[in-house]
Design a protein around this ligand. Sequence first.
Ligand SMILES: C[S@@+](CC[C@H](N)C(=O)[O-])C[C@H]1O[C@@H](n2cnc3c(N)ncnc32)[C@H](O)[C@@H]1O
Length: 178
Amino acid sequence: MTGTDAEIMPLLVEFYGGGDPILDCTFGMGRFWAHEKPKNLVTLDITTRADIVGTYDRLPFKDQVIGTIVFDPPHMRVSSGRVYLMYQPPTKAPDFTLFLGEAKRILRIGGVVIAKMADELMVRPWNHVKFITGAEEVGLEPFDLIVRSRHLSIRNTAHPQYRARRKHCFYVILKKKK
Ligand SMILES: C[S@@+](CC[C@H](N)C(=O)[O-])C[C@H]1O[C@@H](n2cnc3c(N)ncnc32)[C@H](O)[C@@H]1O
């Protein structure tokens, strides 16, 4: 698949989504919704642009109330000057365990997580693998995996990091079946 976030995410929500409400829990600058904002969208982020300022590690929702969760976590540990892309704290490897537990808790049966995952080339396990393994551990079913490709070099010349995400990223679809 090719395209921008704003082109792809609404299509994925329409095709795979588990219904309303839709929670974008890493809203950032809201790029997924630049063309089309769903009616029942609730946004959360550690930054103040979102409806709810909070962390995806502890989602402020009751059990089984959300239909679709959109997740686009930070994916860098080396500063690019774009703080919002960095793990918190920045040198820490990403840990999706708490998020996945929370996602399982707040999703209704039949609910879906649509996650954009970007890998660092040299760091294993790759984020998308870690995310899928973690999902299985909490009982969310990996349902589909989509690759988005781009025509860019893997090497980021400005910073000492080789990032597969420059060339491609993944959209991982998880389902809560029970
Ligand atoms: C890759 S960016 C997301 C970009 C977003 N999809 C957009 O359209 O701008 C990662 C986002 O995760 C947010 N973030 C980082 N740690 C977080 C946390 N623990 N809980 C919620 N949001 C977090 C950052 O503030 C940032 O907006």
